[in-house]
Ligand binder design. Structure first.
Ligand SMILES: [Zn+2]
Length: 241
């Protein structure tokens, strides 16, 4: 795996004692790779990532892993906020939902996979800590989105995927209080910030949509349908075992 250097000034020290234990995956959401690289290296933009992966699989390093890159913003996962402190951020070139969202090419996915495996060999990152930007900031972000091949990554040993779970279809969405409590508990076990009680309100729908973009990409509805519920409980079980 070859990595090209394109340093960004948008970095600082990790807090004392903060070790890398999380990988956050993004898409660039810009019209071209060059536009994204320019922005991630522009001191005025105050954003960056450790790596950028182009559609042909070329990997750029903008910030050394020992330093903090500025990619996550306001974020939460498994009880912690400010994910920049202990994560490596990877920006994956794709125009995103705003500019013509498209499939991630095979070469690009292979490069992302190699890069993640490389990072995993250097840092103890639990499978449940390989996350989407949309997982850790569901109110603001939808990247890398439902076209990203999380199952393919997990097959290679990167991240969590409930492989032997049958597709339960969409079916009727659950709305009763007891089931919604289970939904909320499973989401919280996986790592999302969600209140323990309440109806299927917009806040819960937003988190469900984030879960679906990652683990139920064929139906991003914000509804707790049968298939979503099954995936949800399966992923929660994998996370907590
Ligand atoms: Zn992002």
């Amino acid at each position: 795996m070859r990595v090209y250097d394109a340093p960004s000034p948008n970095q600082d020290d990790r807090p004392a004692g903060a070790a890398v234990d999380t990988i956050v995956l993004h898409y660039t959401g810009m019209l071209s790779a060059q536009a994204a690289l320019d922005r991630l290296r522009d001191p005025g933009a105050r954003v960056s990532s450790h790596y950028v992966v182009e559609e042909d699989g070329k990997i750029w390093r903008l910030v050394p892993e020992g330093r903090r890159a500025w990619h996550a913003g306001v974020s939460f996962w498994r009880g912690r906020t400010g994910l920049n402190d202990f994560s490596v951020g990877i920006e994956i070139v794709n125009p995103g939902h705003e500019h013509g969202y498209r499939d991630f090419p095979v070469l690009q996915m292979a490069a992302v996979c190699d890069l993640c495996l490389d990072i995993l060999a250097r840092h103890p990152v639990p499978a449940g800590n390989v996350v989407a930007h949309s997982d850790i900031a569901p109110n603001r972000k939808e990247d890398p989105g439902e076209r990203f091949d999380w199952a393919g990554l997990a097959q290679e040993g990167v991240g969590l995927w409930p492989f032997d779970v049958p597709d339960a279809g969409t079916g009727d969405a659950v709305r009763d209080a007891a089931s919604l409590r289970d939904v909320r508990a499973a989401l919280a076990d996986i790592g999302y910030r969600v209140a323990p009680e309440g109806p299927l309100d917009p806040a819960l729908s937003t988190v469900l949509r984030a879960f679906q973009r990652h683990w139920r990409p064929e139906a991003v509805t914000g509804q707790a349908d049968a298939g979503t519920l099954l995936r949800l409980l399966s992923v929660a079980r994998l996370t907590t075992r």
